[in-house]
Design a protein around this ligand. Structure first.
Ligand SMILES: Cc1cc2nc3c(=O)[nH]c(=O)nc-3n(C[C@H](O)[C@H](O)[C@H](O)COP(=O)(O)OP(=O)(O)OC[C@H]3O[C@@H](n4cnc5c(N)ncnc54)[C@H](O)[C@@H]3O)c2cc1C
Length: 455
């Protein structure tokens, strides 16, 4: 089918302004934030404003057997939102209304294009908060978070996106709508379909509304920064903290990452340490908790320990951490791993990443949600130099193999997308992989929803 026919079909069913097919728009909606992944050229980009408009777009896709790629902010780091040749890219960003904040039941109802931090800001006005806080929270969307089951800095204490989704409205591949889940705190009626859609990367349905759980706001956190002369020492401190305490944030930045942030936005982090731990406690006993963290860090050989109860200083430090990915990008092209290991394997992972960087001859900046064992070793390379690309791919592959040898997973929070497709079967096994295909066929028999992604 010619692209012009698809565009005409969409224009005839959707209001003016929803359908764009000019070259600039098509190019802008080809890739997410991932490097070294392929993307096709979409036939058209659609910007629905309601569930009915999403249904109309899906109907056109189903009638013509055209792939449809749901898309939030395009901040994904696995190629999940990359376009497919001739597809409809369905940008959900215009569905950006917070429908309800219900303080009595501690829940929020949001459309998929709502920016994650906006949910939290709306909750705070009612003395509540929405914990999942990806480092991208100022620009990623709730729909993208649900589709990737995003994690974040607070998740070490409070859990990931999926732990805060009570219910969903989803447009299925046949353009019908289901409302699944609940508004009550508990509920076990039927299969847990909500969690089938969470993390399904747009391959099973299009999320058009979410009911999210909120929590009572905590008090301002206390912060501790610890520096280490080796990544192994930092890793040992992380393991000890994560197995005995429940800090609200436990993040790591290695020397390369600290250097990149300091070069971009000097924050006085110092460029000497091999690793920095940023630890926060929002508990009522935060003084005692941070003292326990301090003791552990000292025992692991921390070179420098600084504590602060100043909320502005705390926020500045977390901002520095959130700048890790963009700061590294200023040094060159970046290829981000997203590996996660069991807590006890954290020191071995950190030491192993350094070894891989050395033996492969690449620079790797490692940072991440250390308390969850979820690291983002980010390989710096030059996309125009084939040898550099080759080395980057080799290092990426070796880090994944190391992680799996340590009992970990190929992706802690970014999703499989297309970047990690080659590794999925070896993590989940042939039978479970085939089960994925059966579930996909049951929900999307024509294979139009984001085909070729996630499994
Ligand atoms: C600087 C930076 C920091 C980051 N930090 C974190 C972090 O701390 N934790 C983390 O988990 N991730 C992080 N990410 C990755 C990314 O922000 C997350 O994966 C986020 O959840 C993607 O949201 P998005 O709106 O950009 O989705 P997109 O990238 O547009 O899409 C992601 C996937 O979701 C699907 N999708 C999007 N909307 C819908 C919908 N409504 N229905 C069905 N499927 C849909 C897409 O098809 C795609 O497969 C970071 C990225 C950057 C650039």
């Amino acid at each position: 089918m010619a692209n012009s026919d698809v565009v005409a079909a969409l224009r005839s069913t959707l209001p003016d302004g929803r359908v764009k097919s000019d070259g600039e728009t098509l190019e802008a909606y080809r890739f997410d934030e991932t490097t070294l992944t392929d993307a096709g050229i979409p036939a058209v980009v659609v910007f629905p404003r309601s569930t009915e408009e999403v249904q109309s777009a899906v109907r056109v896709a189903a009638e013509r057997r055209i792939p449809i790629v749901p898309r939030g902010a395009g901040s994904g780091l696995a190629g999940g939102a990359n376009a497919i040749d001739g597809c409809i890219v369905l940008s959900l960003t215009a569905m950006n209304e917070i429908v309800t904040i219900d303080p009595h039941n501690q829940l929020a109802v949001a459309q998929p294009g709502v920016i994650t931090a906006d949910v939290n800001r709306a909750a705070i006005e009612h003395g509540l908060f929405y914990p999942p806080d990806p480092a991208s929270f100022e620009f990623c969307t709730i729909g993208g978070n649900i589709a990737t089951n995003a994690g974040g800095l607070c998740c070490v204490k409070y859990g990931v996106t999926g732990d805060f989704v009570l219910g969903l409205e989803v447009v299925l591949a046949d353009a019908s709508v289901i409302r699944i889940g609940r508004r009550s705190r508990k509920g076990v009626a039927g299969y847990d379909l909500v969690h089938l859609f969470i993390g399904s990367e747009g391959t099973l349905g299009i999320v058009t509304e979410a009911t999210l759980r909120l929590r009572p706001a905590t008090q301002p956190p206390g912060t501790l920064v610890a520096s280490f002369a080796t990544v192994r020492a930092a890793g040992e401190a992380i393991t000890a903290i994560a197995t005995t305490l429940t800090p609200s944030r436990l993040e790591l930045m290695d020397r390369t990452t600290i250097g990149a942030v300091e070069r971009w936005k000097p924050m006085g982090l110092g460029t000497e340490p091999e690793a920095l731990l940023l630890v926060q406690s929002d508990s009522a006993e935060q003084e005692a908790e941070l003292s326990a963290v301090e003791t552990i860090c000292k025992g692991a050989g921390a070179a420098m320990l600084v504590r602060s109860s100043d909320p502005a200083e705390a926020e500045l430090l977390m901002t520095a951490r959130r700048l890790a990915h963009p700061a590294l990008k200023l040094l060159g092209d970046t290829l981000s791993d997203d590996v996660a290991v069991p807590t006890r394997a954290i020191p071995a992972l950190l030491v192993g990443i350094d070894e891989i960087a050395r033996t492969t001859g690449v620079t790797v900046g490692t940072f991440g949600h250390a308390g969850d064992g979820n690291m983002h070793p980010t390989i710096l390379f030059d996309q125009f130099d084939p040898e550099s690309v080759d080395k980057a791919r080799t290092a990426f592959d070796k880090i994944i193999r190391l992680t799996m040898d340590l009992g970990g997973t190929i992706t802690g929070e970014h999703g499989v997308g297309i970047l990690k497709l080659p590794y999925l079967k070896s993590e989940i096994g042939e039978r479970a992989h085939a089960l994925h295909a059966s579930i996909k066929t049951a929900l999307d028999p024509l294979g139009i929803l984001n085909p070729g992604k996630a499994f």
